[in-house]
Write a protein that binds this ligand. Sequence first.
Ligand SMILES: [Zn+2]
Length: 186
Amino acid sequence: MNIKELVKAAHYLYSSGLVLGSAGNISIRLSMGEIAITPTGVPLSLVTEENVAIVGMDGSRLLGGDPSSELYLHLGIYKVRKDIKSIVHTHSPYATAFAFSDKRLKGLEGFNGVEEDSMVEVAYHKPGSLELARECAEKIKEGKILILKNHGVVCCGSNLREAIQLAEFIEQSAKTQFLAYILTKI
Ligand SMILES: [Zn+2]
């Protein structure tokens, strides 16, 4: 994985409608000591190789633009799970609607290797806070998908493609469950 692929993925994610405005962020692990993460305040459609931020594991800024406000959430996960090489965070509408409700997303049948226990709920903490980063680092030990209460979704993969596919799949799954729920009410 390289920065070019990260830029391409950022544009793809924006055009897919899973993120809007300057919400959402993506990162990749470049080495055990460095990550590349999308910049803060920039819509994913406008991410370039120049404004992607290269950051050390201690949060030190090495190159590029200002890192996403969720930098420490990403770093915390990479520190705990060495197998994770990419992280995608979205506020995709259907999955996030579940996160705002008391309804629980059910199992994700149909996606290789993803079971219901891959989804872990994270209690609400202010977006961008160290408290949120800390809790995500703790919960990621239990599964690759975090449902952030009243906030959004974090999907992690052993590569960029897997993280993006998970983000797409969880949104599709949430949409289907939402529609099924409505249909049973008609
Ligand atoms: Zn967010």
